[in-house]
Design a protein around this ligand. Sequence first.
Ligand SMILES: [Zn+2]
Length: 849
Amino acid sequence: MPLDPYRLPRAVLPHHYAVVLEPELDAATFTGTVDITVNAVDTVDEVVLNAIELTISTVYVDGVESTFSTDTDTERLFIAASLTPGSHTISIAFTGVLNDKLRGFYRSTYKDDDGTEHVIACSQMQATDCRRAFPCFDEPDFKAEFGITLVVDDGLMAVSNGPEIRREATGGGRIAVTFEDTMAMSTYLVAVIVGRLEATEPVDVAGTPLRVVHVPGKAHLTQFALDVGASALGWFQEYYGIAYPGKKVDMVALPDFAAGAMENLGCITYRESLLLVDPETSTQLEQGIVADVVSHELAHMWFGDLVTMRWWNGIWLNEAFATFMEIMAVDQFRPEWERWTAFSLERTAALEVDSLASTRTVEFEVRAPSECEGMFDVLTYQKGGALLRMLQQYIGAERFRQGVNHYLRTHSYGNTETSDLWDGIESVTTADGGNEPVRELMDSWIWQAGYPLVSATLVGADLHLRQERFTFDEVSNDATLFVVPVAVRVGDTLHHILLDKAEATLTLDAAAASAADAAGTPIVINAGGQGFFRVAYDDVLRARLNAAALVRLNTVERYNLVDDASAAFVAGRLSANALLAFLEGFSGERELAVWQAVIGSLGRLSRLLEGAARVPFQARVAALVEAALADLGWTPAADEDPLRAQLRGLLITSFAVLGNDADAQSRCRAILDGDHSATDPELVAAATTVVAATGGQPEFDRFVAAFKSAPTPQEQLRNLYALAEFDDADLIRQAAEFAFSGDVRTQNAPFLLGRCIANRAHGNVAWKIVRTRWEEANETFPNPSIVRMIDPVKTLNTPEALADVQGFFAEHPIKQAVTTLAQVLERQRVNTDLRSREADGFAKSLLDG
Ligand SMILES: [Zn+2]
């Protein structure tokens, strides 16, 4: 029988790995040995495991030297050995290279205060790169214990998954540092880090020591991560009802990191900007990202590390669940951030992609591990997280928690399929007689692409609900039906209905439904706003959502009204004029999330306009924003609500840039020119954006200098990304070229380029540079970031740009992100259609006043 190229045979199962790795930092090489204790469940004459980019020198099986061969295509090592059922030991010696591709065992660098460069050897194993560090059975269901030893120069720090248990001098100034065996876990969770690093004192979290590891000189940026880490770690133990499964937690900030962070058991790795932060000089958003990511990774210690997907098709649930739990944990840590309200924007990002014909089902069959690379996207994290939130709201928070708890207890140290979670939750809803169809409901959302538009019609006391798939394409005719839990609120009374057919009717209390009582009694579909669908109200219901009724809606419900209107505009169900008039009804709004939806929609409208029509548009934006900004004032009150401070920043930026207000622009310049060390970071960040968006070469040079000397990762990125805001073709060209200079780390360069392409007026200039330097970008930048870099081409909405971009990618596919690229290209077509349909009429009506 020929071997499956992606799945190893199951006749030999690893039980324990004793790994010794000895990196030579300056030479960027390493040597290693691994002793794998395996259990043969059958008689075999060959052992097959994974290895790639390693030079294997010797292989012994039970102490006897064996012949072996390797295959580069399948990334395999074949060992000739006659094994009888039972325990055996495979010992392999090898050498390798610390690569610069930020995968496997790789090289990161930093310069100290004297300008001397130091090398860190570090690892990123997910999905299938552990085989680049040492030969192993590199599939998630081959769980085993790992006993790791790192041989390092005396004076360097060595960190791995387990706590250090032994150090021995090996001669030549080298020390062998041995770590305690891990629990049984998957290879993709192994971590090894060696370098000139420092660690904070451990914080004790219910017996688990928690530290932050960082390059020297950054200890003063660690307290926030320790605070959120301690809060989340403690809270997860309560929520899951299971003790933390490791022995310690190190959170390691690495100068070069391809992804955001990685949930290696006990040794979580991060980009510096996602772990090290100064609360005094950072915005709520900048702190919030750190809180999110720290919580997300700690959530994985149970969901992902203790209980793990059997194969890579399950990666979506792993990530969706950690996303859901991250919000839960941050909501505990900082209730005043209203994290579930802020999640609305993330849900929108998922709905936007899911409105395309080229969207995908959340779960899909994965044969080659590389097929799961396309799963690390908005449909996994944000849609998946939103679906879990919808399920939790439907069955109730405590029953949901009990179901998760049941699932984790049943499958601890094991591997699962997605349906095991639904079964775990259903065991709770069955036991208490609620009998909600959890599996049926989730299957309808996981295995079908897209989401529904729920249309509501009120006839007498009958509220008719009808579902159809929502797409940006007007011709839908899609028969897909979802099992939709719809919450309906009439005044203060909540109703629940499971819309599992095309239509359903809810008979309301006649008095509440009557027109006489209509004033001030809103009827809200998707009450609470946590459902993953859009709503279309008929004229009767829409008329009831007047100004008096709006104040009785919660923030997410009002956010959804704006967001649904904005989507209706893209889909051709609402004109640009009508959308602008609708947005102007929100001048009395004072909640951040709603304003974010309003401003986002205004930005969308602004991309339809060029030349003279921009002036009346700017005036109308300024008029809409001005009252709210005047109400908040430019000066923060002491101990102000953080969302209010963030709203001020948003309104200032919008007033000054979208509204083109000269006075606001000069106030922003004054803020940045003065000593702003004690100024509210929200104001400083807003002023940075405004000065960039309205500045010239001197300001550009100033931000480059500020980027190079920034004292924190957040200020560094803020100044770097400001370069993409300039309203000048030559400066955008300079910014895009700067991304290719050695001054910008390869982990950040693609994101600077993406922001340049997103520039409202000059994105095309940046796109041309990316297009010209395409091969260089692909060779230099981490693989997963390539499609993120070009994502904003969807905003290039002229027919010429459309032809150029679509033609280019027809010749240059992105093979690691085929589906995502198709979505970007489809969205560009949608946006170009939108512009050709709406731009002239919109401009004319603006100019006619
Ligand atoms: Zn994750």
